[in-house]
Structure formats: structure tokens, C-alpha cells
Write a protein that binds this ligand. Structure first.
Ligand code: M6R
Length: 596
């Protein structure tokens, strides 16, 4: 969940590395560091906090054409200057940045490094010390790195500098994302394409347990056994303006407002020239042929999966189970005879989901990934992929990727049952328009956030059926960026325990977009109101009441989550803004969760 970047070439590396780290800050932002080879000296600067702090501390006069950098999300050792990367070996010959977790660090310390003096509390330092030890034992640098890789258990993306060889960056990968960027007279390495896209759009995918030798003119890829790998680079279809904030105050606001566009983009990507739905026949056949669909995901993507289940069962008639990836891996349910596993992941890099993918592939089951990132690990490793076409999502809180996931799930379910009488594209077009109308009502959401949320310690979302799933996502959005303790409840469950939590002025936000539960949820609102709750209602126009604070134009009830989530995203945004929180980079979180 950290970000790494490296550059070797002809330009001054300082700004290239800092710029790359800024693009990677979504992956972790509690400390950062940089190493630059400068006239036979290794200049190292590290800071607790954001890249902005690192930028402040860096010696402005330092120049160099080879360097590596790191932005950290702490796992081993508190976020401080000492534990920040880069880390160095005991003679300071090797300097290294690492993303991942080394699970057998204690064994390795005991086995090889009993007499080595460590300076940090990190697992990472074991790697760099081991490389130096193996070199001092007589191994070449390449062999020492590959030897170290073979000793490591866990995940790593590494970039390594050797003080005695200023023409090479070494890199290695296992279970953690890494790409090499190909340039003219320079080359790069980084955790993702965004870190390098201002310099190149040509990238080499790196597989697990591969090792790289990168010079300014060459990128050589080897297996852990030292066999050379031949691979062509791919061209990334990312416009560097997609990853800029433009005039928006925060990425989250930009990404919320991009949702109508994303809906239209998805429709165009998944339609043929006659405007009919277009999804690979093989994927459709796999869904049709399986006896049960297992959706595996985490966080917001899991919430999209819960809605996907409704589509697959109600539209496609396919039994579907949705399971949190980190639960599945240690507590596997009894599987059906012919399952299909579907992985939903914005980043395509989530370690918990990947662990399940690896396991079910070993068991011989078919797999499909829905992801926003072409070429991501989950996409490469699954049998097939459906892309989300949401464009880069930078804010940690997922917004447009969530609605993109729901839209693609709806199109897939409808493609599986082409006899349904819902015109999905017509309904999605209506949704895109409704999203625009909802985005125009920002002042209302801001005023509601001021009234209900600004001074609240906690908050509850309640709803039934499709609305319940939105309550789960709405509460995740609010809690993760405003730190207001928020829970989403099935409204009918309140009286079975939760209602005990309602006090005077506890905010309770009810969602009502399904006709068959309208009256039931309205009764639940009365029950909490009678106990002092400050209630707010988000409802669909056809059964809205005059006192409802947010009214959504009528849309297809099954697809209503795509509209309902918009005001909930804004309420979270404004609550966080009013409380002075860091909206795009909430505390303790990272965008891409690449450790289990
Ligand atoms: O990249 P993924 O969709 O696999 O990420 C899964 C979760 O970490 C993610 O959805 C997380 O819950 C959101 N960032 C929350 O807004």
C-alpha cells in the first residue's frame, strides 16, 4: 500500500521522482523519502507526513540523473523519519524502497543477520541487509538480489540502487504491483502507470518473482532463476489530464461529478454499432453455464457486488453469493458444483481479492474480473476481464468506480438474459441525466450536512431491500472521510436492537426508492423520530412526501442505487469539508490495499 518510483536517464531526477510520488500519494501518505545518486554520494532525504513536507526538506541544490522514491503506508514500525524509506544496508552500499510485507522477517534475521545492526523497525530493512550480506559472501549483485528474493516470503515491489554502479536501477516484484516505463534515453519503474505517465505511455507488465535491470537505454526482465524474459511493452490509454484536479477543490468532487459521463462512456464501450449491448460471448456463456456465481470483493466493491447479486438473480435468474474476500480465504463456503468466480475491484490490485483468485484458480474454477485498471494483477490473472471505463479514480473514497461497477454488472446481467423486458441502455441514459440533476443540487446537500452532520458524533442510514445496500455504501463514505461513526442498517432490524442507540438528535438518514417497502420504512422513520432522532429522507419522486429533504426523479427501481448514492456521496463530502478533514486522503487509509 506504499508507492515506489524510480528514474534513470538524462534529466534531473529530483522533480521527476517528487512528481511521481505525488501521483502515488493515494497509495499511502504517512511518510516519504527519496534517494538520489549525486557525484558518487547517495543523497537521502526522508520526512514524516506528506510529499509536500518532503519537498520542503529536500536540498534544492541536489542534482542527479538516477534516483528512487517512496511514499509510505506504515505496516511495520510507526510512521517516522527513521522508518521511512529508502533504507540502506550496513555499509550504505545498497539503498532500497519497498512496497509490501515480508512475513518471514524474524526467521531471516535469525538465520542470516544475527550480527547486523538494524536502524529501523521495518521488515524492509531485512531485504537490503540480506542483499549486502550475500554480496559480501561473494555473490554478484544480480545473484544476491535473486537469492534474497528466493528467501523472502510475502509481498514486495522493490527498487534498489547500488552505490558502486550508478548506471543501473534493480527492481523486483512479488504479489505487489510494479510496472517498468520505457522512454527515449531514460527508463522508469513505478507502482503504477500514473506515476510515470507524464514521461512515457509505454509500459512493461512485470510478473511475480521477476527481477529487472534497468539502465537509461534498456529494461531487462529476468525470472528469479536468471532466465531472460522477452516481453513487448503496451501503450497505456491514460490522458495525463485525467489525473489532474483541474478547477475542482478535491478529486472526490471531480469524481462525483464525472459520474454522468462515466455512465455514457460505459454505454458506448459496451454497445455495438446498432446500439445493442456488446459483451464477449465467452463471458456471457460462462455466466449462463455456471450453476452459481460467487462475487468476491472488498469495501465499496463488495457493496457494488451486493447490488450485482440482485441483478443476476432478478434479471438473469442466476443464483449468486457475494463474499468479502478476506472472509472467503479463511472460511470458504460450501461451493456449488460448477461455480464461476467474479472479482470486483476498482484497482485490480487488492491483495485480499487476489488471494482468493489464486486459490480458486488452483482449484480449477473459472474466473472473471471487473476492474477499472487494464493490465492490473486481477485482470491479468483472471480468465477474462470486463473494464469499468471510469477513468483514473484518485480520491481514496471510491465514487465513480462504484457506480461504474453497478452499471457494468447491470449490462452483464441483462446480456445473460436477452429476453428481459428492461431496456438497460434506455434506463442508464435516464440515470445519467438524473445524476446530472442531482449534481446540480449541491447547495441543498451542503445545508443538510451543516444541519445534520457537522456537529454529530454518529449517524445511521436506514433502508430496506436495494436501499439497504446503498445504506451500507453511504455509511462507508461518510465514516471514512468525515470520521463520523456511521452505520447502515436494514430498517426492519432497528427494533431488534439497534434502536437502543437512538438519542436526542441522532441523525438518521432514511432511503426510500422501492415502492414495496415505502410504507414500512416510513413507519421505521416514525419509530426513531419518536425516540428523538433527527431524521432526513432521500426518496424517489413518485412516493415522496413534502417534508422529504432530497427527492430523486423516478428511475428504474432496480437501478435506483446509481442515483441514490449521489446525494449520499455529497453529504459525506460536505460533512468532511465542514469538519476540516482531508477529503482525498483520509487518515489511516490508502487507495490501493495491496497487503492482506
Ligand atoms: O480496488 P478495490 O475496489 O479492490 O478496493 C477495495 C476497497 O479497498 C475499496 O473499495 C475501499 O473500500 C474504498 N476506497 C472505500 O471508498
Amino acid at each position: 500500500m506504499c508507492g515506489i518510483v524510480g528514474y534513470i536517464g538524462f534529466e534531473d531526477v529530483k522533480e521527476i521522482i517528487l512528481g511521481g510520488l505525488e501521483k502515488l500519494e493515494y497509495r499511502g501518505y504517512d511518510s516519504a523519502g527519496i534517494a538520489i545518486e549525486n557525484n558518487d554520494n547517495m543523497y537521502i532525504c526522508k520526512e514524516k507526513g506528506r510529499i509536500a513536507q518532503l519537498r520542503e526538506s529536500i536540498d534544492k541544490n541536489i542534482t542527479g540523473t538516477i534516483g528512487i522514491g517512496h511514499t509510505r503506508w506504515a505496516t511495520h514500525g510507526i510512521p517516522n523519519k527513521i522508518n521511512s524509506h529508502p533504507h540502506q544496508s550496513y555499509t550504505k552500499r545498497f539503498t532500497l524502497v519497498h512496497n509490501g510485507i515480508i512475513e518471514n522477517e524474524d526467521e531471516l534475521r535469525k538465520k542470516y543477520l544475527n550480527n547486523t545492526k538494524f536502524t529501523s523497525d521495518t521488515d524492509t530493512e531485512v531485504i537490503v541487509q540480506l542483499i549486502e550480506k550475500f554480496v559480501n559472501d561473494g555473490e554478484s549483485v544480480e545473484l544476491a538480489i535473486r537469492h534474497t528474493m528466493s528467501e523472502l516470503e510475502g509481498s514486495y515491489a522493490l527498487a534498489i540502487l547500488d552505490k558502486t554502479d550508478t548506471d543501473t536501477i534493480y527492481a523486483a516484484k512479488n504479489k505487489t504491483p510494479l510496472l517498468a516505463g520505457k522512454g527515449e534515453g531514460f527508463n522508469m519503474v513505478g507502482s503504477d502507470a500514473m506515476a510515470m505517465i507524464n514521461h512515457t505511455n509505454q509500459f512493461y507488465e512485470i510478473e511475480d518473482r521477476e527481477f529487472l535491470k534497468i539502465t537509461k537505454d534498456n529494461i531487462e526482465i529476468y525470472t528469479i532463476y536468471g532466465n531472460k524474459v522477452t516481453r513487448e511493452p503496451y501503450i497505456a490509454d491514460i490522458d495525463s489530464s485525467d489525473i489532474e484536479k483541474g478547477t475542482y477543490p478535491h478529486y472526490m468532487m471531480k469524481e462525483i461529478e464525472e459520474q454522468p459521463f462515466v455512465m455514457r462512456k460505459i454505454m458506448s464501450e459496451y454497445s455495438d454499432e446498432k446500439g445493442n449491448m456488446k459483451i464477449s460471448p465467452e463471458i456471457i456463456q460462462n455466466v449462463r453455464e455456471c450453476d452459481k456465481l460467487y462475487i468476491i470483493a472488498c469495501g465499496t466493491s463488495y457493496h457494488a457486488g451486493l447490488i450485482g447479486k440482485q441483478f443476476f438473480e432478478k434479471i438473469a435468474g442466476k443464483p449468486t453469493e457475494v463474499i468479502i474476500a478476506s472472509e472467503f480465504i479463511y472460511n470458504m463456503p460450501l461451493l456449488s458444483e460448477n461455480p464461476l468466480f467474479m472479482f470486483i475491484s476498482q484497482s485490480g490490485e487488492t491483495a485480499d481479492s487476489r488471494a482468493v483468485l489464486v486459490k480458486v484458480k488452483e482449484m480449477g474454477y473459472k474466473t472473471l474480473t471487473l476492474t477499472n485498471v487494464k493490465g492490473s494483477t486481477l485482470s491479468r490473472e483472471a480468465d477474462s476481464t470486463l473494464l469499468l471505463y471510469a477513468g483514473p479514480e484518485i480520491a481514496v473514497a471510491s465514487t465513480k468506480a462504484y457506480t461504474a461497477q453497478i452499471a457494468v454488472l447491470a449490462i452483464l446481467a441483462a446480456s445473460v438474459n436477452n429476453k428481459i423486458n428492461i431496456d438497460i441502455f434506455k434506463e442508464l441514459s435516464k440515470i445519467a441525466y438524473t445524476m446530472e440533476t442531482l449534481c446540480d443540487d449541491k447547495d441543498n446537500y451542503k445545508a443538510l450536512a451543516e444541519k445534520y452532520l457537522q456537529n454529530s458524533r454518529n449517524c445511521f442510514y436506514i433502508g430496506r431491500s436495494m436501499d439497504y445496500f446503498i445504506c451500507l455504501e453511504a455509511s462507508l463514505k461518510l465514516k471514512e472521510i468525515s470520521y463520523i461513526q456511521t452505520e447502515g442498517f436494514a430498517a426492519g432490524e432497528l427494533k431488534h436492537g439497534t434502536i437502543a442507540l437512538i438519542e436526542d438528535n441522532t441523525p438518521v438518514i432514511a432511503i426510500i426508492t422501492q415502492e414495496n417497502i415505502n410504507l414500512n420504512t416510513r413507519s421505521n422513520i416514525k419509530e426513531v423520530k419518536a425516540r428523538g432522532a433527527a431524521t432526513m429522507v432521500i426518496s424517489m419522486r413518485k412516493f415522496s412526501q413534502e417534508t422529504d429533504q432530497i427527492v430523486i426523479d423516478d428511475v428504474n427501481e432496480l437501478l435506483s442505487p446509481l442515483a441514490t448514492i449521489i446525494p449520499a456521496q455529497y453529504l459525506a463530502y460536505y460533512a468532511a469539508l465542514l469538519k476540516g478533514c482531508d477529503i482525498d486522503k483520509p487518515r489511516n487509509l490508502a487507495k490501493s490495499v495491496t497487503v492482506e
